[in-house]
Ligand binder design. Structure first.
Ligand SMILES: Cc1cc2nc3c(=O)[nH]c(=O)nc-3n(C[C@H](O)[C@H](O)[C@H](O)COP(=O)(O)OP(=O)(O)OC[C@H]3O[C@@H](n4cnc5c(N)ncnc54)[C@H](O)[C@@H]3O)c2cc1C
Length: 439
């Protein structure tokens, strides 16, 4: 087991940090203030090979699964809103990959990013008013009419909603079957009957476009049903016969992306931590400020970084960020190596990182004091940006439910195994290394 990043992983980290520092940071405040889409940054990212299918493939090519989470953390260190504008189409691509046939994936994934100089966007539209966490309650319908499907309903809070070239939309084809009666469809830009509703004005990640998407008698060809007709019929037949579910497509897609979302939240926490260290460091070249005595009162008049009260807080922030990062990297490693996340490790990584981002930005604001409450101080933006990581792609409450249910399922499995072993009268198999150590 090796916890150190290897040479290639360090290079990816340095490359993404450079892009974040040189290209994202200089325009972060502007796009935040204007709530505008950072097309010029996406274009520059494309020029540097940090946007598009090639980039996605490269991020997925690390056998340890680290490139993606390292890259996400560094880009979000630059600005979470801009980073989401660059990477947000990945959710639509993941939705296509989870549900589409190989032909559908080949046809539409490129349209989520564009090719050459052209930048395109994807959107993944699940949430509706009253149906985000409770995905079985979706009310958008898709009805077959000859060679077309007809969509009706309104999606809310959709990243790139209404401006995307490809919308992957989850809708009910058999509402009586709950989430098992849902299917995913592709709706291309300009399709009559699809329009953008209200654009949300948000407190954070303001460079990322979020809007309602409205479908009114929106007709799409039958080929736009992801997975195809036969697969849908089989799935509906299984649901009607009472056969156990193989899981919802929407939930499977979210589960796959959770470590990446966690890494994104960590980028904000890390940015806030680094900035605070620099802000408090009055004399960076002073090497021995640890020299003073260990009792707190004697450090009261010392420079900020030498004060033990401050050190207590900074140490806790650094530790929490590192703990969350280890959860993120473990989940990414497991996912890449085909190890099922049966204990809810993906959700744990997102839950912990979101909480750390919110807690760390607030705690560092407390440490810095009133200046942190002004718009001159970058901490206030990171504080606003961090909150979304407790809300989207599954709220913190929902993450806890997922983790708990998976933990209970694992526990029950162990109990059943133990009972079977007891019934057979055999010793449990401890596995090679444990058994060898016991001898
Ligand atoms: C900026 C932004 C971008 C987004 N992008 C997308 C996107 O691209 N695509 C998309 O489909 N959606 C997107 N969303 C939607 C987001 O994923 C949902 O808002 C989120 O999952 C919460 O669902 P909800 O809105 O139904 O809230 P609700 O589920 O109504 O949640 C309200 C509160 O109730 C709590 N709650 C709900 N159920 C339970 C329960 N069983 N136990 C305990 N507590 C519970 C929640 O945790 C929350 O605190 C985005 C949202 C935002 C804000």
């Amino acid at each position: 087991m090796d916890f150190a990043l290897n040479q290639q992983q360090l290079e990816v980290k340095a490359e993404m940090r450079r892009f974040a520092r040189e290209v994202i940071r200089p325009v972060a405040a502007k796009h935040d203030a204007e709530e505008s889409t950072p097309w010029e940054v996406m274009k520059e990212a494309r020029d540097r090979g940090i946007h598009g299918i090639d980039h996605l493939q490269r991020m997925g090519s690390d056998p340890d699964g680290m490139y993606g989470v390292i890259g996400a953390e560094e880009l979000h260190w630059g600005c979470a809103g801009i980073a989401l504008a660059i990477s947000g189409s990945g959710l639509a691509a993941a939705g296509l990959a989870a549900s589409g046939t190989p032909e559908q994936i080949a046809r539409w994934v490129p349209d989520c990013f564009g090719t050459g100089d052209e930048i395109k966007l994807g959107a993944y539209a699940v949430t509706e008013a009253g149906a985000g966490s409770d995905v079985k309650s979706l009310r958008t319908t898709a009805k077959r009419d000859g060679d077309e499907w007809v969509l009706n309903g309104t999606k809310v809070f959709i990243t790139n909603g209404g401006i995307a070239d490809v919308h992957v939309v989850v809708a009910n084809v058999a509402p009586e079957l709950g989430h098992r009666g849902q299917a995913s469809f592709v709706v291309e830009k300009g399709t009559p009957g699809m329009s953008q509703g209200k654009k949300e004005s948000k407190i954070g990640i303001r460079a990322s476009h979020t809007a309602e998407v409205v479908f009114e008698e929106c007709r799409i060809p039958v080929e736009n049903l992801l997975g195809g007709e036969e697969k849908l019929e089989r799935k509906l037949a299984r649901a009607r016969s009472g056969e156990p579910s193989r899981g919802s497509n929407a939930l499977a897609t979210f589960e796959l992306t959770r470590p990446l979302v966690g890494a994104s939240a960590l980028g904000i926490a890390q940015a806030a931590y680094e900035w605070t260290l620099e802000y408090l460091d009055e004399d960076p070249l002073e090497a021995d400020f640890f020299a003073p005595a260990l009792d707190e009162s004697s450090t009261a008049g010392q420079p900020p970084l030498a004060r033990q009260g401050n050190q207590q807080i900074l140490a806790q922030v650094a530790t929490e960020i590192d703990a969350a990062r280890l959860l993120v990297q473990r989940a990414a490693w497991m996912g890449r190596n085909g190890i099922p996340l049966l204990g809810g490790q993906g959700s744990m990584s997102k839950l912990k990182s979101g909480q750390v981002a919110v807690w760390a930005t607030r705690t560092l604001m407390d440490l810095v004091g009133p200046f942190a409450y002004t718009t001159e101080c970058p901490l206030e933006k990171w504080f606003r940006d961090a909150k979304i990581y407790e809300l989207f792609e599954g709220t913190a409450e929902i993450q806890r439910l997922v983790i708990s249910r998976m933990q209970v399922a694992e526990y029950r499995e162990r109990m059943i195994e133990a009972a079977a072993i007891a019934a057979e009268g055999t010793e449990p198999d401890l596995g090679g290394s444990v058994a060898a150590a016991a001898e």
